[in-house]
Design a protein around this ligand. Sequence first.
Ligand code: FES
Length: 143
Amino acid sequence: MITRRKFLNAMLGVGTAGWLGSVVYPVLRYLLPPETTEAEPDTLSLGPAEQFPRGAGKIFKFGKRPVLLIRTKDGAFHALAATCTHLDCLVQYRDDMDAVWCACHGGKYDLAGRNIAGPPPKPLAQFAVKVVDGNLVLGGALT
Ligand code: FES
């Protein structure tokens, strides 16, 4: 025979467990991000190479990573990770310096991605870039 006290304790326990679940579950969902199944692309076609101006740089999204595509005045293409190795600011190509520059703390990289001035501790990753049938194709990371 169940007593009134046992019945009330059981109901109180069920209510408390429900309340805890309604608080803890959303907190855990917020703290533990869902797994992403987005595949990283092997290549990215960027369109006709001749449309890309000389002496300029442009940032593209390659999978989850921003990549800085540079075309120098002599027409050569370079592709580097666009995230500074110091504190993750986006870098930019500076034609006047013929270098990649980070505006956050004045970090400077050469066109091969080597850190040459300022606080960046490591070089930028290089990506393969080539012209296939007149189209610019960005490939995977080289470094
Ligand atoms: S974040 Fe680029 S130099 Fe500091």
